[in-house]
Design a protein around this ligand. Structure first.
Ligand code: FMN
Length: 302
């Protein structure tokens, strides 16, 4: 039987499968469908210091092989999360707290608040930065380095995962900037900016006009980026983007990921994560792989 355990920044996960931020709430609804303690970890919905209502509706649109979302960080705020969900979630599995802010000080405060309370802090740096006139923290390498540094300075105990936006000139350069800023590991990819149009109304479907594209259709681009980043930094990498089955997860591990996150697939198949965990064990058994961690970075280029 394959050993599915992996170590990420010194923290042991029972397997490398993590539902991605924003697609799993805080796990309660999914725990009614299956026991979420089966999961390697859970990444929470993006948390901010204060509660947020998110964007106007419609904020989800379907397209071929992908969805677009402009949920806009709707969340109950970090204090409500700590009070209502954190100890329950931690009793189940490892917790990746996905955090966001509009200023450097927001990132500093939320990281300090969650330090030592969660297993990983995942910095969502795709949010508009008030100081930079609305441009996200995750676009320019110098901003990536700065926000990472500020977050890292605010924490003592919890490893820092920096989640990269793919909407950039060079994702490898931004990964290196996060490494220079003090990141302990990198996760990627966040969503690709896109648009869906209602041709009868001659208007974008999303009230926000544009949204983040995710789901099966983005997999080849995400996989290429994970491969590039895994070779650009000496940090562990958590890969995601379009994973729907165990074979997809194997490809990301081979491309250099230590663990994977599964997002949009949770919407189309609520049991996607446990099926991927089971499928990973079966794939490894069939291929004589004794420890799933042996797969990481084994891709050979032609
Ligand atoms: C509805 C929705 C909400 C999301 N919310 C967040 C979020 O709060 N923070 C974040 O870092 N990523 C968020 N994401 C991005 C996902 O975590 C993931 O990076 C992306 O969807 C790509 O993976 P996938 O193709 O498996 O869905 C969200 C994605 C979706 C579809």
């Amino acid at each position: 039987m394959t050993d599915l355990r992996v170590k990420l920044c010194g923290v042991e996960l029972k397997n490398p499968v993590i539902p991605a931020s924003g697609t799993f709430g805080f796990g309660r609804e999914f725990d009614e469908i299956y026991d979420i303690s089966l999961l390697g970890a859970v990444a929470t919905k993006g948390l901010t210091l204060l509660p947020r209502l998110g964007n106007a509706v419609p904020r989800i649109a379907e397209s071929r092989g992908v969805i677009l979302n402009a949920v806009g960080l709707q969340n109950p705020g970090v204090e409500a999360f700590i009070e209502k969900d954190l100890s329950w979630l931690r009793s189940k599995t490892r917790v990746v707290a996905n955090v966001a802010g509009s200023t450097l000080s927001d990132y500093e405060k939320i990281c300090a608040r969650l330090d030592g309370l969660v297993d990983f802090l995942e910095l969502n740096i795709s949010c508009p930065n008030v100081k930079c006139g609305g441009m996200a923290f995750g676009i320019r390498p110098e901003d990536v380095k700065e926000v990472t540094h500020v977050a890292k300075e605010a924490i003592r105990k919890t490893p820092l995962m920096v989640k990269l936006s793919p909407n950039v000139e060079s994702i490898s350069r931004n990964a290196r900037a996060a490494e220079e800023g003090g990141a302990d590991c990198i996760s990627l990819v966040n969503t690709f900016t896109g648009m869906a149009v209602d041709i009868e109304r001659r208007r974008p479907i999303l009230a926000n006009n544009t949204g983040g594209v995710s789901g099966a259709g983005i997999l080849p681009i995400a996989l290429r980026m994970v491969y590039e980043v895994a070779h650009a930094v000496s940090l562990p990498v958590v890969g995601m983007g379009g994973i729907t089955c165990a074979e997809d997860a194997v490809a990301f591990l081979m491309a250099g990921a230590t663990a994977v996150q599964v997002g949009t697939a949770n919407f189309t198949n609520t049991r996607a994560c446990p099926e991927i965990i089971e499928g990973l064990a079966e794939w490894c058994d069939r291929h004589g792989v004794r420890e799933v961690s042996e797969l990481t970075g084994t891709l050979k280029m032609n």
